[in-house]
Design a protein around this ligand. Structure first.
Ligand code: ZN
Length: 347
């Protein structure tokens, strides 16, 4: 395969709102790198933050940089130190790159290392014809896996990791926040044997999607969902809380509905410090609370392969829009409207 010298990429060209499609050199392939021809990439909430140039983006992003960390493609070239990935192999990649000598790396917890470099944030990403990643970040996809579904494994991994942070078999689960990861968590909890899955959100479209994904109850968080959840659990409250919203009111509501001795896994990121009823929600409730970040390398990825490969989880209903890379502006417009599910770019 002949690899061109330049390619298209959607980049943050300079500080401020917006993105641009530009012609850039195809990334250089280091000795341990793999060059991937991107076939599908999906737009993440993080990409929207970077588009909008919020305070987090302004502090983190160093323009110009190509965006995109959720993707699938095929191997186009390998560095001289890579000997096990034939050209054409279908792949995705873990976007978090643990740097050699990174601090606080504990075996099995590499996803929590400090000093991580993230594809599409700190180095060129996959809203492009090609992306280069270290070999150790490459994940080989089954050849039959649709690249669009394969591109969702980054957020899907967040959902799988959150659900499996505590036992859910035979237990009732409340998901606060029907964003894409919250929606993905519904069939994952079902596949893990949850007795019931309840979802709260404020967006009617997202609540409808939650029902489509298999939620027993999808409730408007502003319309006193406590009555319905308490009624459905015989007045006990839920066994497991999966907090996906980062919203202070939803966090308070979620812990109010958690039964004494229950488990909570927290993925949503509040934009600022949140007040917590420490006595009622944590101490006297005897709650077990876990913070969740990223996904395990590679335990979560193996779980995803099984969940997708066996058909236990079907993510296709979550993809609502597809665009060519050249139409990135339309793709971001629909993503920013809040009226979409997952939006896919096809280079
Ligand atoms: Zn993402």
């Amino acid at each position: 395969m002949t690899i061109p010298t330049t390619m298209r990429a959607v980049v943050k060209p300079a500080p401020g709102e917006g993105l641009a499609l530009v012609e850039v050199p195809v990334p250089a392939v280091g000795p341990d790198d793999v060059l991937i021809r991107v076939t599908a990439a999906s737009i993440c909430g993080t990409d929207v933050h970077i588009y909008n140039w919020d305070a987090w983006s302004a502090g983190r992003i160093k323009p110009p940089v190509a965006l995109g960390h959720e993707f699938a493609g095929t191997v186009a070239a390998i560095g001289p130190a890579v000997d096990d990935l034939p050209v054409g192999t279908p792949v995705s990649a873990e976007g978090h790159i643990v740097m050699p000598g990174a601090r606080h790396v504990v075996s099995g917890q590499e996803h929590l290392a400090k000093d991580m470099v993230v594809i599409g944030i700190d180095r060129p990403g996959a809203f492009a014809d090609y992306v280069a990643v270290p070999r150790r970040n490459v994940w080989v996809n089954p050849p039959e896996l649709d690249p669009e579904i394969a591109s969702l494994q980054d957020p899907f991994g967040n959902a799988v990791h959150t659900v499996h942070a505590q036992p859910v078999a035979g237990r009732s689960v409340l998901i606060t926040g029907a964003g894409l990861i919250g929606l993905m968590a519904i069939p994952v909890a079902r596949a893990a044997g949850a007795a019931a899955v309840y979802v709260t959100d404020v967006n009617p479209r997202r609540l409808a999607m939650a029902r489509d994904m298999g939620a027993d109850l999808a409730l408007d968080a502003r319309a006193a969902p406590a009555e319905a959840v308490m009624g459905a659990t015989g007045g006990a409250g839920v066994d497991v809380l999966l907090e996906m919203s980062g919203n202070a009111a939803a966090i308070d509501q979620g812990f109010t509905l958690l039964r004494p001795g229950g488990d909570a896994a927290l993925l949503g990121l509040p934009g600022k410090a949140v007040e917590v009823n420490w006595s009622d929600h944590l101490v006297t409730k005897g709650a077990t609370v876990r913070g969740i970040y990223g996904r395990r390398m590679w335990e979560t990825w193996h779980q995803m392969r099984a969940l997708l490969g066996t058909g236990a989880v079907d993510l296709r209903p979550l993809i609502t829009h597809r665009y060519a890379l050249d139409d990135f502006q339309a793709a971001f417009d629909v993503m920013r409207s809040g009226e979409s599910g997952k939006v896919i770019l096809r280079p």
